[in-house]
Design a protein around this ligand. Structure first.
Ligand SMILES: C[S@@+](CC[C@H](N)C(=O)[O-])C[C@H]1O[C@@H](n2cnc3c(N)ncnc32)[C@H](O)[C@@H]1O
Length: 403
């Protein structure tokens, strides 16, 4: 192996790395890492080696990810393949031991940085596996990843292993690479907490069910009482709606702007004949318009779930979900019964849980709305998070109880 170049990193990166942050983002230092080097050793301003980095000159933002902070780094690089296998085995074993996951056919076998496999996410979807690469660095190691996986889970057949390159730039946002192969069944059903969902690997960037929300769906069981009315805003393919029906809600309304996702939701409903479909209403419209109409119709709910995209555009300006929440709270409140619960989510690492709590508290005070902030919702079970790495804790939610 060639000698690994030692490169000084930005003073801010030095500080962050010492705090456990595993990324080196684009700056005047990281942009000058030798392009052809697969690994780089990060050094501080006194030329002391700090970490072995996986280098990705093609990534727009994250130029390198920490593989190891254990000396000697050249040895760490020589043993890289064996370490991948070791780390994968550890991550798989953790999931095998987790009893909660037995109620789900969808869960993460690997959750990136928090499993010490930076930029690598592996989802189990029943008898299939979707391997998501957030850095092109992993391209060279696909077969090692697949072999290690199939050694631990021999029941997973070659044709059921899917790779997807994901990222922030448009050109990286692709369907799974093998989704165009003939003989691959890209549509199938999976069960979560006794509900069937339609999964489509080859139709859009996301496959129809957010696995990272699964442990939160489980938590919401405490909130949804038999006989209650639930409004699911930004419903996507209806995971919260079907779960609410399964828990005994007798009136569920789902709202999404996309006819495609509402159609998908209807297909999900059709897969679950034991649910009473007459108790479900699907509305294809913007949340804004739906909230106004539901108010005019004097509809009332006991639980309102609100999970907006992190930012949205009305064609002219882009508004972040955190800013939009003031108006959303104002419009959701009249639809909520006394003692009702608002379940609000924010899907961005740019706002911490503490900041989100404060923001909601301030908005409620400005609007003179009397709510008690109760449960915090966050990634859990198969989706661990890492101290010092806010990017990995992107999902946060709060339950607000109307007083
Ligand atoms: C983050 S996903 C919601 C995921 C969903 N809560 C779940 O758990 O499966 C966001 C959804 O919001 C929808 N959407 C985006 N802007 C919207 C708007 N202004 N009004 C209604 N739906 C919208 C998108 O079509 C998408 O399905």
């Amino acid at each position: 192996m060639n000698k690994i170049p030692e490169c000084l990193i930005h003073p801010v990166s030095i500080k962050l790395l010492r705090q456990g942050h595993p990324w080196i983002t684009a700056d005047n230092f990281s942009n000058r890492f030798p392009r052809q080097s697969e690994f780089v050793i990060a050094t501080d301003d006194r030329k002391r080696p700090m970490a072995l980095l996986m280098h990705d000159p093609y990534h727009k933002n994250v130029k390198a990810r920490v593989w190891s902070t254990k000396f000697p780094f050249d040895r760490e690089a020589q043993h890289f393949t064996a370490s991948i296998q070791g780390r994968l085995d550890l991550a798989f074993e953790k999931r095998i031991q987790q009893n909660e996951l037995k109620e789900r056919e969808n869960y993460y076998l690997v959750f990136g940085e928090a499993d010490q496999l930076p930029g690598l996410f592996i989802l189990r979807l029943k008898d299939r596996v979707l391997i998501q690469l957030y850095t092109q660095f992993w391209n060279r190691y696909k077969s090692i990843i697949q072999t290690t996986l199939q050694e631990v889970f021999p029941e997973i057949k070659d044709e059921n292993v899917w790779f997807q390159l994901r990222g922030e730039t448009k050109e990286l946002q692709k369907l799974p690479q093998n989704s165009v192969d003939q003989n691959r069944r890209d549509e199938f059903h999976i069960a979560e907490f006794g509900i069937q969902y339609l999964i489509r690997l080859g139709s859009s960037y996301d496959h129809g069910l957010y696995t990272d929300m699964s442990s939160i769906r489980h938590t919401l069981a405490k909130l949804i009482r038999p006989g209650c009315a639930v409004l699911n805003l930004y419903s996507y393919t209806g995971a919260f709606s079907l779960w609410a029906m399964k828990l005994g809600a007798t009136q569920v309304t789902s709202v999404d702007l996309s006819p495609k996702y509402i159609e998908w939701l209807q297909q999900n409903l059709a897969l679950n004949p034991e649910l009473n479909h007459t108790q479900h209403e699907a509305i294809v419209s913007s949340v804004d318009e739906a909230l106004s109409n539901l108010k005019k119709e004097e509809k009332k709910f006991d639980v309102i779930i609100c999970d907006p995209p992190s930012s949205s555009s009305d064609g002219e300006k882009r508004t972040s979900a955190s800013k939009a929440y003031k108006e959303l709270l104002q419009k959701m409140d009249p639809l909520l019964n006394p003692k009702g619960k608002l379940v609000v989510f924010l899907n961005t690492h740019q706002v911490s849980q503490e900041k989100f709590d404060r923001l909601m508290k301030d908005y409620l005070a400005e609007l003179k709305l009397n709510y008690k902030m109760s449960t915090r919702l966050h990634l859990g079970q198969d989706c661990p998070t890492l101290k010092g790495f806010p990017e990995g804790s992107y999902l946060k939610g709060l339950v607000l109880e109307k007083q």
